[in-house]
Design a protein around this ligand. Structure first.
Ligand SMILES: N[C@@H](CCC(=O)N[C@@H](CS)C(=O)NCC(=O)O)C(=O)O
Length: 227
């Protein structure tokens, strides 16, 4: 298998965690990325396979796929052991909703924090305007943390056992912390869950790779990973 990934691509790294959790070997192809120019120049294979031009892109034999959620669902069908989705249709659907909640609902406010890893522009006003929007988005993220904390009451994972829901939600919580967003303090269930996942080798490996990539590519973020 080949995975076109980005060094600090939330969705590519989500797929990498799933591949590691399933014990699947893959060739990682990191596409060019800088904080000033983004994904440029575009990788020609990614452009040919994904009409959106985005990573992740997975090639397995003669099958080419894009979109992290589609890829995770394919991996589950093709390589069911160990399972990353529950067995019952109800539980599987609930698990997919968590994935959608992380990738679409939480991502909406999270996008407003993304300038924080870019170098500060010369005109201070442009940065300040973005920061105003980021501060306005942070309460929504804090509200999502509170809701996730509530959903974890009395359980170790979001959908019974460990699942793809945990991978997707972890990525947005990790990204929020990476970008200096709301703290996990006062969310004991969510904090314990985050620590539990961070100890899994697949998560620890991918987190270490992202943090190493940030050292090379990203501006330091005030308040990142503070608590
Ligand atoms: N829904 C897609 C989102 C993929 C996505 O947004 N990829 C980003 C990197 S994390 C990208 O390639 N951005 C470049 C662009 O949008 O032009 C998925 O889950 O894979």
């Amino acid at each position: 298998m080949k995975l076109y990934s980005g060094p600090v691509s939330l969705f590519s790294r989500k797929v990498e965690i799933a591949l590691h959790e399933k014990g699947l070997a893959f060739e990682q192809i990191l596409v060019p990325f800088t904080q000033t120019k983004g994904y440029s120049p575009r990788n020609p294979d990614v452009m040919a396979i994904n009409p959106k031009g985005q990573v992740p892109v997975l090639i397995d034999g003669n099958l080419s796929l894009y979109d992290s959620t589609v890829i995770l669902e394919y991996l589950e069908d093709a390589y069911p052991d160990p399972a990353l989705y529950p067995k019952s249709p109800h539980e599987r659907a609930r698990c997919r909703l968590f994935d959608l909640f992380a990738d679409e609902v939480m991502l909406a406010p999270l996008r407003f924090l993304m300038h924080r890893t870019e170098p500060k522009p010369d005109e201070r006003e442009r940065w300040d305007a973005k920061e105003i929007k980021a501060r306005e988005a942070e309460p929504a993220l804090a509200g999502h943390f509170a809701e996730l904390d509530r959903r974890l009451q009395g359980q170790d994972y979001f959908c019974g056992g460990f699942s793809a829901a945990d991978i997707a939600v972890f990525m947005t919580v990790f990204w929020t912390r990476r970008l200096g967003g709301p703290s996990l303090r006062r969310h004991d269930n969510l904090g314990a869950w985050y620590a539990r996942l961070s100890r899994r080798p697949a998560f620890a490996r991918v987190v270490a790779e992202i943090r190493a990539a940030d050292e090379r590519l990203s501006a330091p973020v005030e308040g990142a990973f503070r608590d």
